[in-house]
Design a protein around this ligand. Structure first.
Ligand SMILES: Cc1cc2nc3c(=O)[nH]c(=O)nc-3n(C[C@H](O)[C@H](O)[C@H](O)COP(=O)(O)OP(=O)(O)OC[C@H]3O[C@@H](n4cnc5c(N)ncnc54)[C@H](O)[C@@H]3O)c2cc1C
Length: 318
């Protein structure tokens, strides 16, 4: 079932969903199931699986020259989605990227997903590869997520890249896209960023799922701005419980989001990571309860493959 259908069917009952990431290459799918099993009792209607593009590594050769090696550290997104649907009968949502894909690669990926009975995707641009500052599209690829959304919408209309194809099958993908309550790191302003989020909706996206935030007011303001801009689709909040002291700097650095002073003070006072995890969990529970009170239909948790704190939150909220 599509995410939008799950929301309609829930009829106002708040839904619990979460995101996982594929294991590092060499590990097996059981590690994924082990991180999902403890959360299944909270009836997630869907589970997102992130996509990780290739990275460049440079190895020094004997002659002192550097050799560039392309590595994909976390492959397996599509296989994991099929595994989840098969094992739990829960909709699995692969994230798909512009980065590293030509339009042809994307079309073939979408055909595979359709054949596997996966009819939800989250369409994203992806970040620049780690060793580069700016995102570079493939020569025959997309520059922005809005273009990827158009390609998926076209396939839903039976429009494939090869214009000569006759009577082609129409896919039926429900398309999610990213939104950033504190704006995307490259956007010159929040208004400019929302303008381009609207473009993704115009091109056929069905809902927005947000970057993590730790201050609900930022989410409420973002939703209000989106509504004023004429965006009417569901906006699903993304939540992450803080779990370690290190994340106090890591999260703002990596995701360009602020942490509230009150939360920072509590974390700094904590004696160890166990205490930080407790604080992060309580903070996230309180965020979740407030969002539910405000009538938000789905809460989406960034589990990063660690079920313990998400389970503790779900137990208190759902
Ligand atoms: C919910 C969520 C899930 C994610 N999952 C993954 C994942 O699985 N794998 C992964 O690698 N990354 C993931 N990301 C990170 C994401 O790929 C990065 O944040 C990326 O830098 C931007 O992706 P986007 O889809 O938001 O890009 P876009 O919507 O294309 O926007 C990128 C930037 O370009 C601007 N822009 C958009 N269109 C135009 C235009 N026409 N002209 C000028 N500027 C424009 C926007 O304002 C923004 O600043 C996720 C992010 C979120 C919020």
């Amino acid at each position: 079932m599509k995410v939008t259908e799950h929301i309609t069917k829930a009829n106002g009952k708040p839904l619990f969903s979460f995101e996982i990431l594929p294991p590092l290459k060499g590990q097996n799918i059981q590690s994924i199931f082990d991180s999902i099993d403890p959360l299944i009792e909270f009836n997630p209607p869907f589970i997102d699986v992130t996509y990780h593009r290739e990275e460049y590594e440079y190895k020094e050769r004997e002659n002192g020259l550097l050799q560039k090696k392309i590595v994909k550290k976390r492959p397996g997104t599509v296989g994991i989605c099929a595994g989840i649907q098969n094992r739990y009968n829960v909709d699995a949502i692969p994230h798909i990227l512009c980065g590293g894909f030509t339009k042809e690669d994307t079309e073939n990926l979408l055909i595979d997903l359709d054949f596997l009975g996966i009819n939800n995707v989250v369409a994203l641009r992806g970040d620049a590869v780690k060793s580069e500052t700016y995102f570079k599209p493939e020569k025959e690829g997309h520059t922005y997520a809005s273009e990827l959304v158009t390609q998926i919408s076209n396939l839903n209309k039976g429009i494939y890249l090869d214009e000569d194809l006759q009577n082609s099958t129409k896919t039926d993908f429900c398309i999610g896209v990213a939104g950033y309550p504190e704006k995307h790191m490259e956007a010159p302003s929040l208004d400019s960023d929302i303008h381009f989020v609207k473009q993704k909706i115009k091109n056929g996206a069905d809902y927005i799922i947000t970057q993590m935030f730790f201050d609900n007011q930022k989410f409420f303001d973002f939703v209000a701005k989106c509504r004023t801009a004429g965006i009417t689709v569901p906006i699903i909040p993304g939540l992450k419980p803080l779990a370690t002291v290190k994340q106090l700097n890591l999260i703002p650095h990596r995701f360009k989001v602020d942490l509230p002073d009150e939360l920072i003070k509590e974390v700094v006072r904590a004696k160890n990571n166990e205490a930080v995890s407790q604080i992060g969990t309580e903070w996230c529970v309180s965020q979740s309860k407030q969002l539910i009170e405000a009538g938000i239909p789905v809460l989406h948790y960034y589990s990063m493959g660690k079920a313990n704190n998400i389970r503790a939150i779900a137990k208190q909220v759902f």
